[in-house]
Design a protein around this ligand. Structure first.
Ligand code: ZN
Length: 498
């Protein structure tokens, strides 16, 4: 078979895979937003059937042979990377015996139910044996790969290609040395949370604010949609169809504002990928950290800045009665309020990476054998006390708060902090080329989107994070940008020394 014929076959199967993915994405979106609860069981059954079909296509001997074959051919750069990406994922799963795979899938389903009950009852002891099984089973599943690196090193690489434990160690050690003492300087000022942050704002008013933001961010209704769900998320259907959801809480109106900005950051990334990549694995194979770098750049670096709000704040004041007497400066101080808190997803921008650092240190210990599930809840609480100065009153607000481990997602957490750190490096590069603050003040968000499109978005998942950072910013990942960004921003806002 000549290369042309192989490539044609490859494209044909890839397109079929894309069709199944689109169908499953649509089902997922539907069931997380508007689908009636009573239809769930039939819907889930049909979705499982489609997933099974997709799995059969992706792991068919025909497709595997084709990928192995194409890996040895000389192809254009983009196709080479596309084939490499698919082969990398295949190599992780192809040697796992089917019964082991099924056992693992069953364990994560069971563990999720056990975790949910354990969290509600604040009872770590009932989750502990499952956590042990999840770690053992993860080690077993990874052991089938033809890869000699330590298990946690491989898991880290699964979620963030090209990033190593050594990279994360440098990153988190810097955070620990520089951000922990800096945070305590701010906390010692005992700044109270402004009352207006928790005053009721009607859902109708919040919807109007979301409309203002959508227009300002250039999030186009022709290729986007804003739904509602219990946990905000964004969903990628195609280059011209990227939807987001928000959640409206009457006593926490800024929650819908920043969730919207965050999710539109994700949606804009997928929406600005080169149209030529549509339907190919590289269109949306960007890493977790890369995706998060765009949403957090939107939400925090732009969305919590004074320049961002300067042109639209009067419009928002006209909608939200509670903000009538709140100056723009006070609004910015309020949305950047720093507090020592126990729950990761409610944390402010400054304390957030410390929540991640704690999880990273624990995961690393669990996989290198220095920590065990026995007494891990105490280890968790001790670390919160050491870094954040607060101790969870019970395990529901401690070790049991996140769903990730119950799904076997070890190595995922650090990408959240890494994404924030990447975004500081993007921001610094963008500021060298365009006057970001002036664009925002001029209601010209398009220039920001254009810079992101030309430098980051259009490439989709073609390049690894470090390759793209190097070519756009002139250096691979450097955590110093993030440390400096945090210190500069918060020392100015709250008048403390760096
Ligand atoms: Zn996100």
């Amino acid at each position: 078979m000549d290369v042309e014929t192989k490539l044609n076959q490859f494209r044909e199967i890839s397109e079929k895979i894309s069709a199944y993915r689109l169908a499953l994405t649509t089902l997922n979106w539907d069931s997380s937003t508007i689908a009636p609860k009573k239809g769930a069981s039939y819907r889930n059954k049909m979705a499982a059937l489609l997933s099974g079909e997709l799995f059969s296509i992706e792991t068919s001997p025909e497709f595997i042979a084709l990928i192995d074959n194409l890996s040895a051919e000389t192809l254009d750069d983009i196709t080479t990377r596309e084939v490499r990406e698919i082969k990398k994922n295949l190599d992780k799963s192809r040697y796992i015996p089917k019964e082991v795979f099924i056992e693992y899938a069953q364990l994560t389903r069971d563990a999720e139910n056990v975790w949910e009950a354990a969290r509600d009852h604040e009872d770590y002891e009932s989750f502990k044996p499952y956590l042990k099984k999840l770690i053992d089973m993860t080690k077993k599943v990874v052991s089938y790969r033809k890869d000699d690196r330590p298990v946690y090193e491989q898991l880290i690489d699964d979620f963030e290609t090209g990033i190593t434990i050594a990279d994360y160690d440098v990153f988190f050690n810097k955070l620990k040395a520089e951000i922990v003492p800096f945070l305590h300087k701010i906390i010692s000022k005992k700044i109270e949370q402004p009352a207006w942050l928790r005053q009721n704002v009607s859902i109708e008013q919040q919807r109007q604010v979301v409309e203002v933001l959508m227009e300002y961010l250039n999030y186009d209704k022709g290729s986007g949609y804003i739904g509602e769900s219990a946990h905000p998320f964004s969903s990628h259907f195609s280059v011209h169809d990227n939807r987001v959801t928000v959640r409206y809480l009457e006593d926490m109106f800024t929650s819908s504002i920043f969730a919207l900005i965050h999710e539109v950051g994700h949606a804009t990334y997928n929406g600005q990928v080169d149209e030529a990549y549509q339907g190919r694995a590289i269109a949306d194979s960007m890493t977790y950290g890369m995706h998060e770098s765009q949403s957090r750049l939107y939400e925090n670096m732009l969305g919590r800045s004074k320049a961002f709000w300067s042109s639209i704040y009067p419009k928002v004041q006209a909608i939200v009665n509670n903000l009538k007497d709140i100056s723009l400066d006070d609004f910015i101080l309020g949305v950047n309020h720093v507090e020592l808190s126990l729950i990761r997803i409610e944390a402010d921008e400054l304390t957030y990476p410390l929540h991640i650092m704690i999880r990273y240190e624990i995961e690393q210990g669990l996989f290198n054998g220095t920590l065990d599930v026995e007494g891990l809840d105490k280890v968790w609480s001790d670390k919160y006390e050491e870094y954040l100065g607060i101790r969870p009153p019970h395990n529901g607000l401690g070790i049991l708060q996140d769903i990730h481990w119950s799904g076997g997602a070890f190595g995922y957490f650090p990408t959240y902090a890494l994404g924030s750190a990447y975004s500081a490096q993007w921001m610094s590069a963008m500021r060298k080329e365009i006057d970001v603050d002036q664009c925002l003040k001029n209601n010209d968000f398009k220039s920001v989107n254009d810079w992101l499109k030309n430098n980051v978005h259009r490439h989709g998942g073609v390049y690894q994070p470090n390759e793209l950072l190097l070519s756009v910013t002139g250096e691979p990942f450097n955590p110093q940008y993030y440390i400096e960004y945090l210190k500069q921003k918060y020392s100015q806002l709250f008048e403390v020394s760096e």
